[in-house]
Write a protein that binds this ligand. Structure first.
Ligand code: ARG
Ligand code: ZN
Length: 846
């Protein structure tokens, strides 16, 4: 059953007040809900409440019992007047809630996840984001099992009961949609702190975890305080409650959730210390803490009218967390990371069967649309508007948006109109970015007229059809471009912001006295694929001279990509990497620039992915880079050996570069490199270096590999987050025996279908291992399809995420495509499939 944006209608009933009373127990919880409902205008419909998996005990209307029963997943109540108080009593069973939506049990605690449609698994309610209510919540539970009771907003009263139970009453003054409701009960300990807002209010902050984990919350707490200040300074947004609570849980379907005043996190985005978390983990924690905090304004104070508007809050909030992260360290390296993620996750989505605009037109299951497109391409669309409006125009736009829509449930159109009204910039054509799926291609060529001292940049754009969108309009592309002199290496004039609004255009440059080389789409100003006539020599030249760090990185990546796709000589690439190592630039930047594009990235540029050929070629190039620059890699390795662990951007950059060097040294699997990696593994005083050593060893055939894996497992046997790394590193190994190793790990006592982190660590990681997942015998496809079916019975959202790798069959040779299709067909033919898996599997077969 397809839900369409064009069918949107405002709710027939509003629910200004909600009182919830939870009598909590893991096996059974009783929920009493009192809804104050009011007819919305002159609408004559009855009140229709959503409910899923609820055992209905009773219904009252204005205190009078009603004899009504749910039909399917709705409960319909006739109301004669224009308002009423509806009271429902239901029973739910958190302990057997394996979907992890609604109220569920995790590691001895009870917690909730409601976005997008989980609240209906707690009580009967109009579970849609445009129904905003003020919540009063009472939680009652066994005081020994659940000493801490938390809900949204501020705690207003607590009490003890004679039977060993206790209760807490919470009030959230801000009207909110049901997807932002949260409650937690557990034996939790806080890391506490305070934050004084710009206007001088003190906010009590707490991060709640198991007592042993409290010392691992310091980084998340620091990130929270930095985020709170950052949003005041950069967007004028202040926090609006007396308390801000965060709870970390071990079983969680996603990264984290921005419930008002009570964020709930996957523990992987909270817990960190030097011994158990890598530098990348620390950075991800800061980014996710900031992301959820920023939602307080972009998502909570101003929310979405309907789920087609999801990118209104997610694209904008990702853009804001990207800006925040860029301010914490090297902005260039963060941009490189953001773009790498977009290309790895979003470009394939936009080129595949599930391609959708950032504002989709329809869906079967909304959970399937929490995608890289909505989040990451959504953030790129906001970034393009910020580029077109300039910093002052963009800030005026967000100020107007907050002013105009505070307390409302709105649309992406409302956001764009605020941008236009505040800045005077016309965004009529730009709106195509909201409606069109697919990644635009830009063709760029440069010509030079030496006599006239001019250059012409010839640009033309195309956008290929995507499912349901056969004909595409012309897009508006903001392109930052500059020219460099091929003789002097100097930039010729200023950078220009070209707004391409036509299918093709020619841009003129004056005073060009030497053959120009074009630096295109600098800073990745538009999320597109650029094809140019730049030669390998031009790319090597830009990798040495471009003054935009992203473009400089990109030039070396393009040269690497060209090298992987041709079989010709690669000495210019080796020389350019050697020169970059000697450039004196920031270590973190060098580390990113000298890495080859992944096999997946290279494959995306081929008409048909040559799985084995690409792997062989990339390994050969890596070995050549490793051996030709051997002395340099050793020098880099030793020069960046810090004596003392620090978490500064400089120290992180040095660790990264040193470990990239170790990877190239290991490319030839020679004894000295293996011994060095193993020694690093054994002596490292931090997880970044230990994990990097384990990672390079994981691809090796040396006996040290198994020794390191065994030692790692023994050392971290009781740390679930670190064991996830142990599973992933094996699933991502390029060794030929990886398919068999993964099959064996599926029966390892530490593997679990019910924990989403563990599932992703093994099956998700394996599906991203291009050369081994796509084993020619189809064993990888079968393993993943088996996992999809096993998990679907427990947790459809987690299962659905594993389907998309199979949906890429059109990108592969006929034999692999047939094997992938056969697995998709087997999935679709399965009795009792969830809508989640059905939607992705069936759309993937078209
Ligand atoms: N709003 C959350 C965040 O991005 C994610 C919620 C995910 N929910 C889902 N059904 N996929 O911060
Ligand atoms: Zn979000």
């Amino acid at each position: 059953q397809t839900i369409r944006l064009s069918d949107y209608r405002p709710p027939a009933w509003r629910v200004p007040q909600v009182a919830l009373d939870f009598n909590l127990g893991a096996e059974s919880t009783r929920v009493t809900a009192r809804l104050t409902v009011e007819r919305n205008g002159k609408r004559s419909e009855p009140l229709v409440l959503d409910g899923q998996g609820l055992t209905l005990v009773s219904v009252k209307r204005d205190g009078v019992a009603l004899d009504v029963q749910p039909v399917g997943e709705t409960l319909t109540i006739d109301i004669p007047g224009d308002s009423a108080v509806i009271e429902t009593v239901v029973d739910i069973a958190p302990a057997t809630n394996t979907r992890l939506m609604g109220l569920y049990a995790s590691g001895g605690m009870l917690c909730t996840q409601c976005e997008a449609e989980g609240f209906r698994r707690i009580t009967f309610f109009p579970d849609r984001p445009d129904v905003l209510s003020v919540y009063d919540v009472k939680l009652t539970a066994d005081a020994a099992l659940y000493p801490v009771l938390l809900a949204n907003g501020n705690e207003v009263a607590t009490g003890q009961l004679p039977d060993g139970r206790h209760w807490a009453q919470w009030h959230d003054p801000w009207p909110k949609p049901s997807y932002l409701f949260a409650a937690v009960a557990g034996n939790l300990s806080p890391l506490r702190d305070t934050f004084v807002t710009a206007s001088g209010r003190t906010v009590d902050l707490a991060i709640w975890v198991a007592a042993d984990d409290v010392p691992r919350c310091a980084h998340a707490m620091a990130a929270l305080k930095t985020s709170m200040r950052w949003d005041e300074v950069n967007y004028g947004r202040e926090y609006d409650l007396d308390r801000f609570n965060i709870v970390a849980v071990g079983d969680f379907n996603f990264g984290a959730m921005e419930n008002k005043g009570l964020n709930i996190f996957n523990s992987r985005y909270i817990l960190a210390d030097a011994d158990t978390a890598t530098d990348a983990d620390f950075d991800a924690i800061a980014a996710v803490v900031a992301h959820e905090y920023f939602h307080n304004w972009t998502g909570n104070r101003i929310t979405c009218r309907d789920w087609f508007q999801l990118s209104l809050k997610e694209g904008l909030t990702v853009f804001r967390d990207q800006q925040f992260s860029a301010d914490q360290g090297s902005a260039a390296v963060r941009r490189i990371d953001d773009v790498r993620m977009l290309r790895a996750g979003q470009f394939p989505e936009d080129a595949g069967p599930m391609a959708h605009p950032i504002r989709p037109d329809s869906y079967i299951e909304i959970s399937n649309f929490y995608t890289a497109t909505i989040y990451n391409k959504g953030a790129e669309v906001i970034r393009m508007m910020a580029t077109l409006l300039g910093p002052d125009g963009f800030r005026a736009g967000t100020d107007l948006y907050f002013d105009r829509h505070d307390g409302q449930a709105v649309t992406t159109e409302d956001f764009v109109r605020s941008m236009e009204d505040a800045s005077g910039v016309d965004l009529a054509q730009f709106r195509n970015w909201y409606a069109q799926a697919g990644t635009p291609h830009l063709d760029a060529r440069i010509t030079h007229d030496a006599a006239a001292r001019t250059a012409q940049l010839h640009l033309s754009q195309t956008l290929a059809p995507t499912p349901g969108q056969p004909v595409k309009p012309v897009m508006q592309l903001p392109l930052r471009v500059a020219l460099f002199g091929g003789t002097t290496g100097k930039r010729l004039g200023d950078e220009r912001l070209v707004s391409l609004t036509e299918a093709s255009a020619t841009i003129d440059f004056d005073n060009i006295d030497e053959p120009p080389v074009a630096s295109l789409n600098r800073g990745f100003s538009a999320p597109i694929i650029v094809q140019s006539d730049r030669s390998r020599a031009d790319l090597a030249f830009l990798s040495a001279h471009d003054d935009d760090p992203f473009a400089r990185y990109e030039a070396l990546q393009q040269l690497g990509q060209a090298t992987l796709l041709d079989s010709g000589d690669d000495s210019d690439l080796v020389a350019a990497i050697g020169a970059t190592l000697n450039s004196g630039l920031d270590a973190a930047f060098i580390a990113e620039a000298v890495l080859l594009p992944s096999e997946a990235m290279a494959g995306d540029a081929m008409a048909v992915v040559d799985v084995d050929g690409l792997h062989t070629r990339r390994e050969a190039v890596r070995r050549r880079i490793g051996s030709d620059l051997n002395a340099q890699w050793w020098a880099v390795y030793h020069a960046n050996n810090a004596n003392r662990y620090e978490l500064t951007p400089e120290a992180k950059g040095r660790r990264r570069l040193r470990n990239v060097a170790l990877g190239y040294l290991m490319a030839n699997d020679d004894a000295e490199a293996v011994a060095t990696a193993f020694k690093q593994f054994e002596t490292a005083d931090n997880m970044t270096d230990r994990m990097a050593a384990l990672n390079v060893l994981s691809h090796s055939n040396a006996p040290e590999r198994d020794a390191a894996l065994a030692a790692f497992h023994a050392r971290y046997a009781d740390n679930a987050l670190v064991l996830d790394k142990w599973f992933s590193v094996q699933a991502m190994s390029t060794r030929a025996d990886t398919p068999a190793a993964v099959a064996a790990l599926m029966t390892h006592p530490d593997f679990s279908y019910t924990n989403p982190n563990r599932l992703r660590a093994l099956v998700g990681a394996y599906a991203a291992n291009q050369v081994r997942f796509n084993a020619a015998d189809g064993s990888g496809y079968r393993l993943v399809a088996d996992a999809v079916l096993a998990v679907d019975a427990l947790n459809p959202q987690a299962a659905a995420r594993l389907v998309s790798p199979l949906g890429r069959w059109k990108r592969f040779d006929a034999a692999r495509a047939a094997l992938m299709r056969a697995e998709l067909e087997r999935i679709v033919a399965t009795e009792g499939l969830s809508k989640d898996v059905f939607e992705i599997a069936s759309k993937s077969l078209v």
